[in-house]
Design a protein around this ligand. Structure first.
Ligand code: HEM
Ligand SMILES: [Cu+2]
Length: 249
């Protein structure tokens, strides 16, 4: 689904953006709680953020990053892949370090030699690293959805290049051929009938779409992707079929 911030990003990306900003602020609030010696509240606050972020990584960020992995390391010369990779790599470190600190501070699970004593050093390092990751995350959002290619023709009511719609009407895909930059999401909207959207190479597949249903796929690789309706078309542009041209950034 299209997001609510008007940038052409997906709903997941917009949700993640808001939750991440809230959690970043929550960690700062948690730091002030510690300064005021309210250590229980501090611990609950910081641990909640660490655990909630595990959910955000599992549900949104890791699935999204999986689309980037096939482009590595060749794609690292491009901003689109480089910024996401730097973010993900540091993000993994920040999350693991955070969980480790929670383990040491809130449980007795770790043996003595795995426990640290210098609380301030560890927690300050984690907070700084977290904010670096957060900022690179904002950078990822900018490059993916708001940069020169991200926003595309948005503004004048035209579909943004980052998010385009193909309609299924009259046993046809309209437009039959769409051209979008890497990272764009195509949403197929079925007006009538029972159809499917299936990549000729099997890389995406909608299942049966009834009237009014939608399906979307994000293209993270450049190339031309033929697709067809499993009920009324065949691979290779036969019958009810279409093509998405994904251009490099
Ligand atoms: C401290 C931990 C982390 C923080 C604070 C954080 C923060 C953010 C923020 C603010 C965004 C921008 C919103 C968005 O585009 O969804 C973002 C996006 C993203 N993050 Fe993270 N992140 C963290 C960890 C990770 C990890 C561990 C991975 C992957 C292994 C990851 C992969 C991604 C990807 C791929 C995106 C783009 C998602 C999309 O727009 O589809 N992040 N992150
Ligand atoms: Cu069909």
């Amino acid at each position: 689904m299209r997001g609510f911030l008007g940038t052409g990003a997906t709903l997941n990306a917009d949700l993640n953006l808001l939750v991440q900003l809230t959690m970043g602020v929550a960690l700062l609030v948690g730091m002030f709680l510690a300064r005021r010696n309210r250590f229980t509240a501090h611990g609950i606050c910081q641990a909640t953020v660490m655990l909630l972020n595990l959910v955000m990584i599992g549900l949104i960020m890791w699935p999204s990053f999986r689309g980037v992995i096939p482009q590595l390391p060749a794609g690292l010369g491009e901003r689109y892949y480089a910024v996401a990779t730097a973010h993900a790599a540091l993000g993994i470190v920040a999350e693991l370090l955070g969980l480790y600190i929670v383990l040491v501070a809130a449980t007795n699970l770790l043996p003595q030699w795995l426990r640290f004593q210098r609380w301030k050093l560890w927690m300050r390092t984690e907070l700084a690293l977290w904010w670096v990751v957060l900022l690179i995350g904002l950078g990822t959002y900018y490059v993916w959805y708001m940069g020169p290619q991200g926003k595309g023709a948005a503004g004048a009511g035209a579909p943004s290049a980052a998010y385009a719609t193909v309609k299924l009407t009259n046993f046809e895909f309209t437009p039959k051929e769409a051209s979008v930059p890497v990272g764009a999401t195509i949403e197929w909207v079925n007006d009538a009938g029972r159809h499917t959207v299936e990549a000729d190479d099997g890389s995406f597949q909608s299942g049966t779409l009834l009237a009014g249903s939608r399906f979307e796929h994000t293209f993270k690789t450049a190339g031309t992707f033929g697709y067809h309706c499993g009920n009324h078309g065949d691979p290779g542009g036969k019958g009810m079929s279409g093509r998405i041209k994904v251009t490099p950034r």
